[in-house]
Design a protein around this ligand. Structure first.
Ligand code: NAD
Ligand code: UD1
Length: 338
């Protein structure tokens, strides 16, 4: 298939591009590099053994999106592009609503106009809000606790409404749990700007000596070791889930399908820390501090629908995730070069 990947220079997009090319798809990337470095592109080309067509523009620019669709005949779109920092979304909500919604509007309009009806959208487990009890099933009501999360809830709704207008649409809403890890080559991975907010990149930077110690946010949760449980999923398993969803959209009769992409298993903060210590071969300094506001005790998927309907299942363990995250961090202590 001829596939447009928006946000294809980013963390999850880049890993998905590699798998798409390996599966024989023709790939075009749009990314404005607002949260990616251009040096990812030659690395992707090295991994895929060919030139990658990349268009550097902001997807909210309707004319540019339209021109791209006029130039190419896409069979499908995987839409990763968007802003994703929860804390920042609270500070600049309008930027989040505008970028995430407008880019989706521009894309979906162009898809409609050019007869491209297959769309895979990056949603998030954040749409389960604060009140649900895990494991989360796809039919739970959705809500959010911050503007970033609301953009996902809203875009899901927009896409459900659009799908109802034309039965040629085939849309996958993929709700990711906690993507971590990196490609086994150690040449692509997550490269957060500034101090990481998320656990795995934070631990990795402690391991490489960039940060002094991990703060464990709370050890008084009602969980086996008192620290919070999350469903960490290897980014390679996640990327494979996109290929499975893309294939399924070719045969399903549903106009909109929602699939959780997780392992179905919760891992505690201290378990992640121990697994990372094993991977990097030394102890990592840490201290327990208070809970982070807004955190829930446990979040993990009921991953059975994806397994049943997509024939997809995450296979990599937390140990695999830490080994691959560590290789990427060790080989690229400063992330991608400028
Ligand atoms: P990322 O920031 O690494 O990738 C997003 C890419 O989109 C970046 O390369 C960025 O430069 C690009 N981009 C942003 N705004 C754009 C615009 N207006 N026009 C063109 N390009 C634009 O993030 P990621 O971790 O790879 O996440 C990909 C998607 O998955 C996002 O939609 C995110 O919300 C969603 N998601 C991520 C996580 C996670 O923990 N990483 C969890 C759930 C959902
Ligand atoms: C974060 C996002 C969420 C997103 C999810 C997907 C926030 C507030 N939420 O959630 O919207 O869908 O990623 O990847 O950013 N922890 C520490 N010390 C740290 C960092 C984290 O103890 O320095 C703990 C957290 O309290 C949490 C766990 O580690 O219990 C995982 O945290 P994180 O990686 O930020 O993911 P989420 O909280 O699940």
């Amino acid at each position: 298939m001829h596939v447009l990947v928006t946000g294809g220079a980013g963390y999850i997009g880049s890993h998905t591009v590699v798998q798409l090319k390996a599966a024989g798809h023709e790939v075009v990337v749009v990314d404005d590099f607002s949260n990616a470095k251009s040096t990812v592109v030659p690395r992707l080309e090295a991994l895929t053994g060919g030139r990658l067509e990349v268009h550097a523009f902001d997807l909210t620019d309707r004319d540019k999106v339209e021109a791209l669709f006029a130039e190419h005949k896409f069979d499908a779109v995987i839409h990763f592009a968007g802003r994703k920092a929860v804390g920042e979304s609270v500070e600049v909500p309008l930027e989040y609503y505008q970028t995430n919604l407008d880019s989706t509007f521009a894309l979906v309009r162009a898809m409609q106009r050019h007869g491209c009806f297959r769309l895979v959208f990056s949603s998030s487990a954040t749409v389960y809000g604060e009140s649900a009890t895990p494991p989360f099933t796809e039919d739970l009501p959705t809500s959010a606790t911050n503007p970033y999360g609301w953009t996902k809830v809203m875009i899901e709704q927009v896409l459900r409404d659009v799908a109802r207008t034309d039965d040629r649409w085939r849309i996958a809403l993929l709700r990711y749990f906690n993507p971590v890890g990196a490609h086994a080559s150690g040449t692509i991975g997550e490269d957060p700007a500034g101090i990481p907010n998320n656990l795995m990149p934070y631990i990795a930077q402690v391991a490489v000596g960039k940060l002094e110690k991990l703060s464990v946010f709370g050890d008084d949760y009602d969980t086996p070791d008192g620290t919070a449980l999350r469903d960490y999923i290897h980014v390679e398993d996640l990327a494979a889930g996109h290929l499975a969803a893309l294939t399924k959209l070719g045969s399903t009769d549903e106009v909109v399908s929602t699939w959780n992409l997780g392992t179905g298993h919760g891992t505690s903060v201290l378990e992640v820390l121990r697994a990372f210590e094993q991977a990097c071969g030394h102890e990592l300094p840490h201290e327990v501090v208070g809970r982070r506001p807004g955190d829930v005790a446990a979040s993990y998927a009921d991953a059975s629908r994806a397994e049943r309907e997509l024939g997809w299942k995450a296979t990599r363990t937390i140990e695999d995730m830490c080994v691959d995250q560590w290789r990427w961090q060790r080989d690229n202590p400063l992330g991608y070069p400028d």
